[in-house]
Write a protein that binds this ligand. Structure first.
Ligand SMILES: [Mg+2]
Ligand SMILES: [Zn+2]
Length: 432
């Protein structure tokens, strides 16, 4: 699999003179060397460099790649072709599934794992996505709960919009068939031109949601932040080479008020202090993961589209407080029949409905979570039981059901807190 790197950036905002943007030194090494290392760690050693501004600097530094133990083809664009147009110019070199990276991002991503997920999805294009703390002024991706992309939501967004907090990380895996969707003349950009046109043509585009580190360093402030993250070990700690502790949170009665069935976005309301509590988790660099039973899908009381809107409202309300969930898992099942509009195929015994630990185990497997070092916050003993079955420590909160189902389970939480903010304070202290 080839790795295509877009090296056309001028780096004007970084004040670079005589250096193209991808050659900017980041904590002592040119960014582009770091990108090559990331690919090599993923087992990928075949590169296509799409060079533009000061192409000769990159060509001279890397040559054919042998000094770095890799193979590099250099393609020089005469006039700027945009992020997609530049890839089209190299189309003869791209006959199999390939990766595209922008030359101004600092990442530590397992590209082979990304590509494997891409192949399983059967999509033509997969986009690396993650939440951020300012989705209201970011270009966003709207995806169905199964990860299939439905729309691109470019900024600016209406002030009252309900926004899914998914931002594209300038990192894609593509099938060569995607190249046919790039305009043959003029400049074109993946995010603004080609991906929306592909969606309109019915192509399958998919999200790859990850908690690995991927941030652009295109301004002096972002560059300084990226260097700080590298030096503090935050970039490597977020990689798949390290198992990470996470904080799992139940949704209803913990993050949002329990009303015995949130079926519409407008019904969702955060519990007091939930936004600030999740923000503390985010700032500590710990993955915030929601794991929620949603049996009303199986009971036919809401549709999967309704649930997607409710999750987007949760994202939106958290974003108002500068907070976000890194990952969200839900169980759509319910074991007992007897509801008028129930959905037969969801009326099953599953291993994901809490008190079963399936959602925590899946998160751990997909994202290298160290369950023994992780914590769960829930308002039911079903949550505590799920945590214990996964080998995770647990805090019961007195909001929502407040542990009213105690008699049904033979387990105890490690701590009891009045609400989510108190629970998070306790956990962050215990994780030190
Ligand atoms: Mg609950
Ligand atoms: Zn389930």
């Amino acid at each position: 699999m080839k790795v295509v790197i877009l090296n056309g950036g001028k780096g004007t905002r970084l004040g670079l003179e005589g250096l193209p943007k991808p050659m900017v030194p980041v904590a002592g090494h040119p960014l582009l060397e770091r990108l090559v290392s990331v690919a090599v760690r993923s087992g990928l050693t075949d590169f296509v460099f799409l060079n533009g501004h000061l192409a000769e600097v990159i060509e001279q530094h890397f040559g054919d790649g042998s000094r770095f133990g890799v193979r590099i083809d250099h393609v020089r664009e005469g006039i700027p072709l945009g992020t997609a147009g530049a890839v089209r110019a190299a189309r003869k070199l791209l006959t199999e599934t390939f990766v595209v990276l922008y030359g101004d991002i600092l990442i530590d991503v397992d590209l082979a794992h990304f590509a494997a997920a891409h192949r399983r999805s059967g999509a033509m294009v997969s986009l690396f996505v993650h939440p951020n703390d300012h989705p209201h002024d970011s270009d966003l991706v709207d995806a169905a709960t199964d990860g299939r992309i439905r729309a691109f939501l470019p900024k600016p967004h209406p002030a009252d919009a309900i926004l899914p907090n998914l931002v594209s990380g300038a990192l894609y895996v593509l099938e060569p068939t995607a190249i046919a969707h790039i305009p043959t003349a003029g400049a074109s950009d993946w995010g603004h031109d080609v991906f929306p046109a592909m969606l309109a043509a019915g192509c399958h585009l998919h999200t790859y949601r990850s908690i690995e580190y991927a941030k652009d360093i295109g301004t002096p402030e972002r560059l300084a932040r990226g260097e700080g993250d590298l030096e503090a070990g935050r970039v490597e700690r977020a990689s798949r080479r390290r198992a990470r502790a996470a904080i799992f949170m139940d949704r209803d009665g913990v993050l949002n008020t329990e009303i015995n069935g949130v079926h519409r976005a407008a019904q969702l309301e955060l519990t007091a202090g939930a936004g600030a509590a999740v923000r503390r988790v985010n700032r500590a660099g710990i993955p915030a993961i929601c794991v929620t039973n949603q049996p009303d899908l199986a009971k036919g009381l809401m549709s999967i589209e309704d649930l997607g809107q409710v999750f987007a409202k949760l994202d939106t309300d958290l974003a108002m407080e500068g907070a976000y969930l890194d990952l969200l898992y839900f169980c759509p099942h319910h074991p007992e029949a007897g509801w008028a509009g129930e959905v037969a195929e969801l009326k099953v015994r599953c291993d994901c409905r809490k008190p079963a630990p399936g959602m925590l185990l899946l998160a751990a497997e997909e994202h290298c979570i160290d369950l023994a070092a992780s914590w769960m916050v829930g308002d039911r003993y079903a949550d505590i039981q799920a945590a214990k079955a996964a080998g995770t420590k647990a805090v019961l909160v007195r909001t929502g059901h407040g542990g009213a189902d105690r008699d049904r389970y033979d387990c105890e939480p490690d701590h009891v807190a009045s609400d989510l903010p108190e629970a998070i304070g306790f956990i962050l202290n215990a994780m030190q």
